[in-house]
Design a protein around this ligand. Structure first.
Ligand SMILES: C[S@@+](CC[C@H](N)C(=O)[O-])C[C@H]1O[C@@H](n2cnc3c(N)ncnc32)[C@H](O)[C@@H]1O
Length: 452
């Protein structure tokens, strides 16, 4: 791999004796991982049914290395379509472990696309509390929404906003915030050689400015006593220790928290930026020292103080009869207490949402489906957020059957059964909808998600 001269020189200066080991790591393959979705099954059950050989990632109990990744192709397996796991670079699992969201927390993931860390937070919240996943790029928000839907996360609002606009709405609202910042991506050179070209395009200084432009809005959104995790996938001190040093100076109400729960990683290097001593309590993942790519993670706490009240979200009360008829006929659980409609789109919205007037929203909790001409058509995300036992009429294919593959490819299946909506499952895990007619099952698997 051809690495930029300027980068090599800088790393040599920083690393001294370690430099040759660091460079040697570029001759090795990058590590590939997946993370089990505990919203759908336990880690133990996942290990039992996993079609891939797994070995544990030390810092994330849901995370596993996959050897032979390119041959076993986890992105092509029917379980991927059921949302049973997320494909994620192993070091990228560290920041959420450090932030450690708990059920009931209000969490903001401010630069979230494509959603690796959002899905990890969503699984940790386990349906309780509120997750706001934001990204500034409309295109990347689409991928983010898809991944949240696949994972079956019910309590996530997806926004497409600038941090400044979010700060106007969520005053001192969140318990925990993740800033997984845009960065120069030096830690990804081995995994993604294309990132070398981006490095030349976006300088370290430009990235450091982007990071500060995001971070300066965080204090307004975090409640007193709340936690902020800041992470990058780059080595440059200017974007890591340097950004934290700047933040602590600008916002003296924050202090660095010593990250204790992950002991296989190195500490931050305050001396590289002439920064204060406690920056040493941050973490650095080095590709020549662990089985993963380069990352930096800092955990900061906002000191205790007073909080402010907020105007809350106003749920629209209207006629939901078409949905209620569907629910009465088919479902064994009820979402009627949380319904909210936007145009013809029906959502189940999470509790405790503030007023979001004027905010660009891509997804408002759990998208249930459309009400059109007094008829309800369920969405793929509803199927993926249900358990098999939540629905009365189910059709369950084996992951090894030809029917499962035909369904995922969008084909019509010739079947005789009772008429009406069917929750289609694979090995007991919901994946989408079908509508039974006299002699066939009409396929409602979302066209853009189909298996090719
Ligand atoms: C490192 S990536 C995030 C990866 C993501 N957290 C994950 O785990 O999948 C950084 C993201 O920041 C977004 N971004 C860049 N500038 C932003 C800004 N000012 N506000 C919000 N998001 C921003 C980019 O569009 C990009 O998706």
């Amino acid at each position: 791999m051809k690495l930029p001269e300027e980068f090599l020189k800088k790393m040599q200066n920083l690393l001294g004796n370690e430099y040759s080991d660091f460079i040697e790591s570029y001759n090795k393959e990058s590590y590939k991982g997946i993370r089990a979705n505990t919203l759908k099954l336990s880690v133990e059950d996942f290990k039992k049914i996993s079609p891939f050989k797994l070995s544990d990632i030390p810092w994330c109990k849901e995370g596993f290395y996959i050897d032979d990744f390119d041959n076993v192709r986890p992105g092509k397996h029917p379980y991927y379509h059921c949302g049973l796991y997320y494909i994620q670079e192993p070091s990228a699992m560290i920041p959420v472990e450090v932030l450690n969201p708990k059920p009931g927390d209000r969490v903001l993931d401010i630069s979230a696309a494509p959603g690796g860390k959002t899905t990890q937070i969503g699984a940790k919240l386990n349906g309780k509390g509120l997750l706001v996943a934001n990204d500034i790029s409309p295109k990347r928000v689409k991928a983010l929404t898809k991944n949240i839907e696949m994972f079956g996360i019910k309590n996530c609002v997806v926004t497409n906003e600038t941090p400044g606009r979010l700060a106007e709405k969520f005053k001192y609202f969140f318990d925990k915030i993740l800033v997984d910042a845009p960065c120069s991506g030096e830690g990804m050179f081995r995994k993604d050689p294309k990132s070398v070209n981006n490095w030349s395009k976006f300088s370290v200084n430009q990235c450091s400015k982007m990071q500060k432009d995001i971070l300066k809005h965080i204090p307004k959104m975090l409640r007193p006593g709340g936690l902020l995790a800041y992470s990058t996938c780059t080595f440059s001190p200017e974007e890591n220790e340097g950004t934290i040093e700047w933040f602590l100076k600008e916002f003296p109400e924050f202090e660095v928290v010593k990250i204790e729960n992950i002991d296989v990683l190195d500490r931050g290097r305050p001396e590289w930026v002439g920064g204060r001593r406690e920056i040493e309590w941050t973490l650095r993942a080095w590709p020549h020292k662990i089985k993963g790519e380069g990352h930096f993670i800092a955990l900061l706490k906002k000191r205790d103080g007073q909080n402010e009240g907020l105007k809350m979200f106003n749920r629209r009360e209207t006629n939901y009869d078409a949905y209620l008829e569907f629910e009465n006929l088919n479902m064994k659980i009820s979402l009627r207490e949380s319904l909210h409609i936007v145009g013809e789109n029906l959502y189940s919205i999470p509790d405790g949402l503030p007023d979001l007037t004027g905010i660009k929203i891509a997804n408002l909790g759990l998208y249930l489906g459309k009400i059109k001409k007094n008829r309800f058509e369920p969405s793929q995300s509803l199927a993926l957020a249900l358990k098999k036992e939540d629905f009365r009429n189910v059709i369950d294919f084996s992951s090894k059957s030809i029917e499962a593959i035909k369904y995922l490819k969008g084909e019509t299946l010739m079947l005789n059964d009772k008429k009406g909506w069917k929750l289609v499952c694979i090995d007991g895990f919901p994946v989408g909808w079908g509508k039974q007619t006299d002699s066939f099952l009409k396929n409602y698997y979302r066209p853009e998600w189909r298996m090719r």
